[in-house]
Write a protein that binds this ligand. Structure first.
Ligand code: HEM
Ligand code: HEM
Length: 221
C-alpha cells in the first residue's frame, strides 16, 4: 500500500500546496476588502488603513504577494502543477454524470451511486479553471493599472478598470461558494482539514468521494 495512506488517512495536499493556498486565501481577502473600499468609497474601509493612499499601497503590495506566491509554487513544484492542470482539463463520462446529479450536494436532486471522481470532482475542476483565468485577468489588469497607468492609452486603462472590477466581483462570489462547500456544508466539507490543516483526508471517505484517485494511490505500492 502507498506510503501516502497511513492508519486510515490519505495524504491529499502537501505542505507547499497548503502554504500556497493559505497565502492566496489571506491575500485574496485583503485584496477583495481593500478593492471594495476603493470602488464604493465612503464606506470607511480606506480609513481602516489610514486613508486612500495607504489602502492603495496595501492593495498593490498584497497584489505582488498574490502574484509571487503561486509563481514560486509553480516553479518549485512544476510536475505537481502539471498534474493538477492535467486533472482539471480531463473531463470524462463520469464527470458529465457528476454534473447531472451535481455531486449529490443539492437536496432535490437524487443521486443513486456517486460517479467515480478524480482527485478533484467535476465541479472543482471547473472552479480550478475559473480561478486560474480569473486570477490571471486580475494580475494582468492590476499591474497595468498600477505600473502602466502613465504609458497605456486612457481607453485601454478604462477597459482594465472594468475587467478588474467585474472579474473581482465574480471571483468574490465564486470564492464565497467555494468557502461554503469547503467549510460549512456537511455533505462536502470532508476535505477541509486536508487543505487547511494537516494535508490528510479520511481514507474511507476519499475512497467514496474521489474513488479514481484513491484507487491509483493504493496501486502505488
Ligand atoms: C483577486 C484579487 C484582486 C481583487 C479581488 C481586486 C479588487 C479590486 C477592486 C474591486 C478595485 C476597484 C476597482 C474600481 O474602482 O473599479 C481594485 C483596484 C485596483 N487594483 Fe485590485 N484586486 C485584485 C488584485 C490586484 C492585483 C494583483 C493588483 C496588482 C498589483 C491590483 C491592483 C489594483 C490597482 C492599481 C487598483 C486601482 C486602485 C488603486 O490602488 O489606486 N489588484 N482592485
Ligand atoms: C475562503 C476560504 C477558503 C477555504 C475554507 C478553502 C478551502 C479549500 C479546501 C478544503 C480545498 C481542498 C478541496 C479538496 O481537496 O477536495 C481547496 C481547494 C482549492 N482552493 Fe480553496 N479555500 C478558500 C479560499 C480559496 C481562495 C481565496 C482561492 C483562490 C483565489 C482558492 C482556490 C482553491 C483551488 C484552485 C483549489 C483546488 C481545486 C478546487 O478545489 O476547486 N481557495 N480550498
Amino acid at each position: 500500500m502507498s506510503k501516502e495512506i497511513v492508519k486510515g488517512k490519505a495524504l491529499k495536499h502537501g505542505t507547499q500546496t497548503r502554504t500556497m493556498h493559505w497565502i492566496h486565501l489571506i491575500t485574496f481577502i485583503l485584496l477583495g476588502f481593500t478593492g471594495i473600499g476603493f470602488h464604493w468609497s465612503g464606506n470607511g474601509i480606506n480609513n481602516l488603513f489610514g486613508g486612500g493612499a495607504n489602502a492603495s499601497l496595501v492593495h498593490v503590495w498584497t497584489g505582488v504577494i498574490f502574484t509571487l506566491g503561486p509563481t514560486l509554487y509553480i516553479l518549485l513544484n512544476f510536475d505537481r502543477f502539471a498534474r493538477f492542470i492535467d486533472t482539471i482539463t480531463t473531463f470524462t463520462r463520469n464527470d458529465m454524470a457528476w454534473f447531472k446529479v451535481l455531486g449529490g450536494y443539492v437536496p432535490f436532486i437524487k443521486m443513486k451511486v456517486r460517479p467515480p471522481q478524480d482527485k478533484y470532482n467535476a465541479g472543482q475542476k471547473v472552479l480550478g479553471w475559473l480561478v486560474i483565468i480569473g486570477c490571471f485577468l486580475m494580475i494582468f489588469t492590476g499591474f497595468e493599472m498600477w505600473l502602466g497607468r502613465h504609458t497605456v492609452s486612457a481607453a485601454f486603462l478604462n477597459t482594465c478598470y472594468a475587467i478588474h472590477f467585474w472579474t473581482g466581483m465574480v471571483l468574490i462570489i465564486m470564492i464565497a461558494g467555494h468557502f461554503y462547500l469547503a467549510a460549512i456544508n456537511s455533505k462536502s466539507r470532508g476535505e477541509f482539514a486536508s487543505m487547511m490543516i494537516d494535508g490528510y483526508v479520511d481514507a474511507a471517505s476519499s475512497a467514496e468521494h474521489n474513488s479514481k484517485w484513491f484507487s491509483e494511490l493504493r496501486k502505488e505500492a
